[in-house]
Design a protein. Structure first.
Length: 169
């Protein structure tokens, strides 16, 4: 892992997809839920953003919110575009797909920022070579459910990996 939790500081994680209305807000909400249930809510700051400003200020896609709500996750985040400053601020920047990874790497201004940018499914034990969290936007409800399950299982592993690098108390 590129970064470690800083002593007595919150570990800051941001999830990034294209428009910040489907994949990254559900990853944000699910990871927040995982962290809270594990008793680490005071140890993390969690956010999400998009590489494009298509939906800035809007709620997550209705279908994604409904899917999350069906799993007792409430998504209230408003879409925003990632800023260069976010690459300094956050300890870990998780790209939802390879195009977002490329776009984020293009924003990076130094090696330290580049090392923070990681493809989210790197932590997915069932990825089987599938690097991208599929974008459900143009599909049916099964796509949104699939994304939920991907981010849920991957978020649990992500928290375990962060814990391996720095014990949270």
């Amino acid at each position: 892992m590129a970064t470690m939790i800083k002593e007595n500081k919150k570990f800051k994680v941001i999830f990034v997809c294209l428009g910040n209305i489907c994949r990254s807000p559900v990853a944000h909400g699910v990871f927040e839920d995982i962290v809270n249930k594990a008793g680490f809510s005071n140890d993390f700051e969690i956010d999400s953003a998009g590489t494009a400003a298509y939906h800035q200020g809007e709620m997550a896609d209705r279908r994604m919110r409904e899917t999350a709500r069906g799993h007792n996750i409430e998504i209230t985040h408003l879409a925003r575009k990632i800023k260069k400053e976010d690459l300094d601020y956050f300890d870990m920047v998780l790209a939802m797909d390879s195009q977002n990874l490329f776009d984020l790497q293009s924003l990076a201004q130094n090696k330290e920022q580049l090392e923070k940018i990681i493809l989210f499914r790197t932590y997915d034990p069932l990825a089987n070579g599938q690097e991208d969290v599929p974008d459900p936007y143009y599909g049916g409800s099964e796509g949104f459910e699939n994304v939920y399950y991907i981010v849920s299982r991957t978020g649990k592993i992500l928290l375990d990996k962060i814990n391996e690098n720095k014990a949270l108390r």
